[in-house]
Design a protein around this ligand. Structure first.
Ligand code: LLP
Length: 434
């Protein structure tokens, strides 16, 4: 909480704007807006919980990724995908990493051409492979030998030559939660470099004669905070790159970003430059691409909640909101940290330590273990958690049969509900027998 040095009579809210969407503004009275739309008005009109996405912020990130890496750079749709989001990313020139028929369909519904789709997954179905081969996607990323023979079979059967990347596993340890490290010796993904499988897969793919083997792919994991880790991964694949001299090298995604004021993380630009500079030195002339997810969308959204219970129990002050692990399972799965901010009391010091919990029937349903909120936080207040744009909505569930929140896209003073709130009827729409 600070006084504004320019006008000391003004009290500035306790808000770290660097965690909020890029277009966030704060009025003198502390009203917080995103994309020119007041968040309390949004909560009143659309209810809570709700995801609010900043369209300008999204476009800015997609444009930055596209200008860093160029044509063919893909957005990893698992981070957040709706048809509207796909339209925005396509407008900004992105390709799309899709890892299921559902993600594929969503992009196609948004009008994305197949040659902008990069088909991923460690266990693609025969149907998914056939569709990708028949449609002529940008690349099929082949993950294992079973899949390699299925792609070869589809290419011969359908008499087309699919463009493929061979996904290799560099076998390196990285500093992230073990559930989201994918390029180590324990991971199910990719052809191991250290066993010789990666080289064998490249040789088999080239020998097949029916595939256009465009290059190599690796992805070391997610929420990686240091550039050195990416450089170590590049070092680990250098010998196979030298051996096979591929036209394209895709370095996956995985860059983290700040969720907490205390976090430190390189920017998208620093990450891109580090990778591209390394590649230019080591493999001049090679096309190097990436497929970031989280870093392109996380900061462009926040979640609005309404406080439904405030109670001190022993030494802990609980603040319960109307969402929780169904709209953000990340704290429970990976121990991820978030911050909370009171939109109802923005000018009061955020100094009372609270446990921000959800409404689900588990003690683990804690969104923020040590949230700092105003002392006077009360039932009916609107609070938000910033940086919820990645792996929140896309991993949302209907646990406890609680309908999923809407997606509200804001821009230039206008709010559009691009995905409406799930209804209780939706919850039972698939039941076929009483
Ligand atoms: N490419 C591949 C092949 C991937 O598997 C992933 C993410 C990405 C790109 C994008 O990674 P990103 O830039 O978003 O880190 N649910 C977890 C994250 C799982 C990421 C899985 N793969 C979380 O909430 O932290």
């Amino acid at each position: 909480m600070e006084r504004d040095p320019a006008s000391p009579e003004l009290v500035r809210p306790d808000i770290d704007l660097s965690l909020f969407p890029a277009t966030t503004s704060v009025s003198d009275s502390g009203r917080v807006g995103v994309g020119g739309v007041d968040l309390l008005d949004l909560a009143a009109e659309h209810g809570t919980p709700a995801f609010v996405y900043d369209e300008v912020g999204l476009r800015t990130s997609f444009r930055a990724a596209r200008s860093l890496f160029g044509e063919g750079v893909a957005y990893a749709t698992k981070a957040f995908l709706t048809p509207s989001l796909a339209r925005i990313a396509a407008d900004e020139g992105m390709s799309f990493d899709v890892s299921s028929a559902g993600e594929y369909r969503c992009c196609r519904l948004a009008g994305v051409a197949p040659d902008r789709l990069v088909v991923h997954g460690n266990n693609k179905t025969v149907q998914e492979i056939d569709t990708a081969v028949a449609d002529g996607v940008q690349w099929i990323v082949v993950d294992n030998f079973v899949e390699l023979s299925r792609v070869i079979d589809a290419a011969r059967r359908l008499a087309v030559t699919p463009r493929v990347l061979i996904r290799v596993n560099p076998g390196i340890q990285i500093h992230t939660h073990r559930y989201i490290a994918t390029g180590n010796r324990n991971s199910k993904f990719g052809f191991p470099v250290w066993t010789g499988d990666a080289a064998e897969a490249m040789e088999t793919a080239r020998r097949a004669g029916c595939l256009d083997v465009v290059g190599l792919h690796f992805h070391i994991g997610s929420f990686v905070l240091s550039l050195d880790t990416f450089v170590a991964a590049l070092d680990a694949v250098a010998s196979i790159v030298e051996q096979f001299d591929p036209r394209v090298l895709v370095v996956g995604g995985g860059l983290g970003l700040r969720y907490l004021r205390t976090d430190e993380c390189p920017t998208l630009e620093e990450w891109g430059r580090a990778i591209l500079d390394w590649a230019a030195r080591r493999f001049p002339g090679r096309r190097v691409l990436a497929e970031p997810g989280r870093v392109l969308v996380a900061r462009s959204a926040l979640t609005l909640y309404t406080v439904g219970m405030v109670q001190r129990k022993g030494r802990t002050r609980f603040v319960a909101v109307d969402g929780g692990m169904s709209d953000n399972p990340r704290p429970m799965l990976y121990g991820s940290g978030y911050e909370a901010f009171s939109l109802t009391r923005p000018l009061e010091p955020h100094a009372a330590v609270c446990r921000l919990v959800g409404r689900h029937c588990e003690t683990g349903d804690t969104l923020v273990e040590r949230a700092l909120l105003p002392e006077s936080t009360a039932v009916g207040d609107i609070v938000c958690t910033p940086v919820t744009g990645a792996y929140g909505y896309s991993m949302a569930s209907t646990y406890n049969l609680i309908p999923r929140p809407p997606i509200i896209m804001v821009r230039d003073g206008r709010a559009r509900v691009t995905t409406r709130r799930e209804t209780e009827d939706d919850l039972f729409a698939r039941e076929v027998a009483p």
